[in-house]
Design a protein around this ligand. Sequence first.
Ligand code: CTP
Ligand code: MG
Length: 225
Amino acid sequence: MLKPHLLIPAAGVGSRMKIGYPKQYMPFVDDRNLLETTVWRLSEMSLFASVAVVVSADDAYIDHCDLPQSVRVLRCGGKTRAQSVYNGLKALELKGDEWVLVHDAARPCVSKQAICRLIERLDLGDVDGAILASPVVDTLKIVNEAGLIEQTVNRELYRSAQTPQGFHVQALIRALADRLQTATDEASAMEAVGAKIAVIDSPVSNIKVTHPDDALLAKFFLQSI
Ligand code: CTP
Ligand code: MG
């Protein structure tokens, strides 16, 4: 099976977690913080040619982390997630056009089976990229500025995008370069240049730890994986 590189952006400030320091360093499970949990889980899947983490240049926590020796730490995070990913991809200095998977440090519960399905899809060679996503379970409403419902939309047409998201590294660098302020994920940058991107079903347990309650839920999911 194809072996992509893995890049884990971890240069955010975690403002919505409201703990006064970046959420990727919050204590999580078995004496590991959130970042350590994600990095160890993904590294132990043995699916990747290399694993690298992007942190901000002034990060005061990363040196105290316990990460696998083979993991590269890139101190080149930016103001936006897209900028962190862009800087990280450039710092990898990949010479060819290898595949890279980008995965949020804040998603510790991602399923190995789902990542394998994503890599298998890339391996087929018929798409420019692939992302994990989950079906939407709630009924979806379009709401106007006054907070009133305008209409209900067909949720079958929608997916909630997750990570990892995989693309050829050079194509992704080019697409992100023009969208460093606006792209909230890799796929949106690649969509803008007309890429053909497959969506791979992934369990809703692959949540992004964003608000305080999410940490509780993610710890629960990890016990049952
Ligand atoms: N991230 C990053 N660089 C940024 C912003 C985000 O590397 N400038 C990373 C985060 O560390 C996280 C992932 O991108 O692993 C997803 O971002 P998000 O969950 O939004 O984390 P934060 O931006 O840190 O949180 P918040 O938006 O609540 O401030
Ligand atoms: Mg953010």
